[in-house]
Design a protein. Structure first.
Length: 117
């Protein structure tokens, strides 16, 4: 993701966390937790693939541990929301976990300024 995408992500995270405070704090906390998980997930994924591409070594077991930990992390966040419904909204958390994907699509749909030479 480029710097524009990160700006959109942080703006969407702030808006998605602040606006639901009007209605229910659990929605805000769930969205914030999901957004933070999405951020950590993206950074881990970026680091993993940069490592694989830099070493130029790949076996069939290269990513098994990484992907198992990643899926456990996503499941753990959703389980926290499921076991603590008085604190976190699980649906808002799931929406927050999808925030980077939404931002990627939004970034592609917004036209960029033309570069002049």
């Amino acid at each position: 993701m480029n710097s524009r995408s990160w700006k959109i992500f942080y703006i969407a995270m702030i808006i998605g966390t602040c606006i639901p405070l009007i209605f229910d704090y659990r929605i805000s906390l769930g969205f914030l937790l999901g957004s933070l998980e999405a951020l950590i997930h993206y950074k881990r994924l970026e680091s993993f693939w940069n490592g694989v591409l830099n070493t130029k070594v790949s076996t069939k077991n290269t990513g098994v541990g990484h992907f198992m930990f990643t899926f456990a992390m996503m499941a753990g966040v959703l389980l926290i929301c499921a076991f603590l419904p008085d604190v976190f909204n699980i649906f808002a958390c799931a929406a927050g976990m999808l925030l980077i994907k939404f931002v990627t699509y939004i970034d592609l749909l917004i036209p960029k300024k033309e570069e002049t030479w």
